[in-house]
Ligand binder design. Structure first.
Ligand code: COI
Length: 378
């Protein structure tokens, strides 16, 4: 069932020149990728690029062949990390149409991230027109509706390209969009991941860039992730920078805690947590399913004590790439706890499962889109 298009009063759409590449992937090569897409490994034939200069604003918007981009070794992004990005997915529906999930949210967050990183604004309608320009040209790369939990992952980004080593906002910038067919996050359906609660590294600080989607935040999470892996865990959870006790987020996902009485708690937006599009959607969908959702501070001790006492029955993480990822184990330097009943359904709890299905049913057009969260791209 197709969703509702949010194509209304478009005011600032860019026109893209289209330069089709002369050597696109063969149908066989594309079919091979689409048969077994992994996350972020293979890319479509084309990409969007647009240039900005302080003197001329945005110009030269085009869809062109996917290829390495040339930047000076002195480009500000390489030295001072003046960079932002977004992540969203396009879903093929049963009638063949292709839809993005809440791209207006990604566009608005891109605008906010740009302001925080002193980068120029991409008008929100222009952002969506860039997604549509690329997906229109590379539509055959969107996995088919009957291929399971597959989609086209779209990665818009903006980098400071000016060759200048002074520390100041760059006067030359590149905006781009690339896309990659993405498969299910898990081979055998949603499988719980293990989380290491780091006490030695902090992801983001008050007044810092934690709420912006910029590469630096992800770089700052990597030492914690390496610590997690060294401790036999798959992902890392961070606490706040001031009291070192309030849960913030998992490197690239937000967190949700399901209580025995049906309540769901998620850390409130502190200014150093990324406001996930999936997070915001889960809050609404969980309320539709009859859950009371609390956005508030939750401490690492409340997590541990709640699991020990049985008050917390399920924990999951949310994100565009990972959708809803169940959490089955929490470990930290002095302890280790199993979460949920691992003897059934790989340890995925019923609340996690129902929220996950509601979200996916909406994204794939299996249920009506009453809120107008879907925007048609092709
Ligand atoms: C996404 O879920 O789209 C993200 O941004 C996570 C990504 C860094 C893998």
């Amino acid at each position: 069932m197709p969703g509702v298009s949010s194509e209304t009063a478009v005011t600032d759409v860019w026109d893209f020149a289209v330069e089709l590449r002369s050597d696109p992937a063969t149908a066989e090569a594309r079919t091979a990728v689409l048969a077994e897409p992994a996350f972020g490994q293979a890319f479509t034939d084309h990409m969007v690029v647009a240039n900005w200069t302080a003197d001329d604003g945005w110009h030269d918007q085009k869809v062109t062949g996917y290829a390495p981009i040339k930047v000076s070794p002195a480009a500000a992004v390489l030295h001072y990390s003046q960079e932002i990005f977004e992540g969203l997915k396009a879903y093929r529906h049963a009638d063949g149409s292709v839809w993005a999930f809440r791209p207006d949210r990604n566009a608005a967050r891109f605008t906010a991230s740009a302001a925080r990183l002193a980068l120029p604004q991409v008008p929100e309608d222009a952002f969506i027109s860039a997604l549509r320009a690329l997906v229109t040209v590379d539509e055959p790369w969107v996995p088919s509706a009957d291929s399971g939990e597959t989609s086209l992952y779209i990665r818009p980004y903006m980098i400071a390209t000016e060759a200048a080593l002074s520390v100041r906002p760059a006067r030359e910038v590149l905006f781009g969009v690339i896309a990659s067919p993405a498969g299910p996050y898990f081979d055998t359906g949603p499988k719980p991941v293990s989380i290491w609660l780091t006490t030695s590294t902090i992801r983001a600080t008050p007044g810092g860039t934690g709420a912006a989607k910029c590469g630096g935040n992800y770089a700052a999470s990597l030492a914690g992730l390496a610590e997690a892996v060294a401790n036999n865990c798959e992902q890392v959870a961070f606490v706040d920078a001031v009291e070192h006790k309030w849960l913030e987020e998992i490197g690239s996902m937000n967190m949700f805690f399901v209580y025995a009485d049906g309540r769901i708690v998620t850390p409130e937006l502190s200014g150093s947590i990324l406001e996930g599009v999936t997070r915001a959607s889960v809050i609404e969908l969980a309320a539709d399913l009859g859950h009371k959702v609390e956005e508030r501070q939750i401490s690492a001790d409340e997590w541990k004590d709640g699991v020990r006492s049985g008050e917390i029955t399920e924990v999951f993480a949310s994100g565009t790439a990972a959708v809803i990822t169940p959490i089955g184990r929490l470990a930290w330097p002095d302890g280790d706890l199993t979460i949920g009943d691992h003897s059934v359904d790989y340890g995925v709890g019923p609340v996690t499962k129902s929220i996950r299905s509601s979200l996916l049913d909406l994204q794939y057009g299996h249920i009506p889109d009453h809120r107008g969260w879907l925007t048609r791209l092709a």
